[in-house]
Design a protein around this ligand. Sequence first.
Ligand code: FE
Length: 215
Amino acid sequence: MHSHDGDHGHSHDHTEPPPELELKVKALESLLVEKGLVNPDALNAIIDNYEHKVGPQNGAIVVAKAWVDASFKEALLADATAAVSELGYFGRQGEHLRVVENTDGTHNLVVCTLCSCYPWTVLGLPPTWYKSAPYRARAVSEPRQVLAEFGTFLPGSTKVRVWDSTSEMRYLVLPQQPAGTQQWTEERLRCLVTRNSMIGVELAKPADAAPEQDQ
Ligand code: FE
């Protein structure tokens, strides 16, 4: 519906779609269905997919695999769009995905300052706060304060890097693997990977947050 300038230099604000836009979308859908160009069942299937099936569990699969498989991680950091498509996660809008890795020295935080661009294929629909004007502004102006409000406190020596998503480029954070999980299976590691850790407002959950493993 919108496209971004590379520098995100817009001044207009569009957190919520205006009512006339929703009406236009409904009118367009009716017309496409009436002309036989779109099957309403197919449209409903796409919406159902994003509401119920595509979610942060996809991103957690990607992150846990990167933690246990060094060559996958290398491929993911080099070309995330290609690496996640091999796992079956494709962008619908031709956008590119970039994965940014947290280290002791650098913590990554993702925002869309203009509106709500978000890596749908690996995280599903964005949370409300991600689309809010305060988050969009403050993630850039005072990222450490925003992190603190999510309960995330980083050492002063860790640099915070903020990535501004656009319709062309979406970002996913690769959180650091929690201490004490080096021998864990990929399946068990997935339990520690939260949506918020992949946006960068939190860290992955600590080892003791995972359910006990079946013996
Ligand atoms: Fe956006």
